[in-house]
Design a binder for this molecule. Sequence first.
Ligand code: C2G
Length: 132
Amino acid sequence: MKRVITYGTFDLLHIGHINLLRRAKLYGDYLIVGISTDEFNELKGKKAYYSFEQRKGILEAIRYVDLVIPEKSWEQKIEDIIKYDVDIFVMGDDWKGKFDFLKDYCEVIYLPRTVGISTTKIKTDIKSAMEL
Ligand code: C2G
């Protein structure tokens, strides 16, 4: 049983998130997602549209996702990897290099981001459409 973990805010869920989760699952049999709490998002300088509970419920409905846990801090990853016996850590390559310290605990893979989509772009496009 190969266990994979990834983390993120996953707000206004879009195909970029789904592509990441789908590819992450391909590396193993069990995918854990650490979803940022509203408080941790503040630390990240992000304000999600959907609350933690809503984003968690949405992620739990995705066929690739086996377990959703709260991401409350930058420091919890090593503890999570040990606690959940994780083999592979996966993130989009906008984070390339940032989590290489986890290589002492598991495999670290950065996957290419899906081009042309982001939560920020969705918000901006809707805003401009409303102003037309
Ligand atoms: N992603 C992607 N393609 C996009 C947008 C996002 O592959 N067009 C990926 C990101 O690279 C990330 C995941 O989808 O791996 C979730 O993206 P965010 O919700 O923006 O996550 P982020 O705020 O970067 O949080 O501790 C790690 C942080 O919690 C990551």
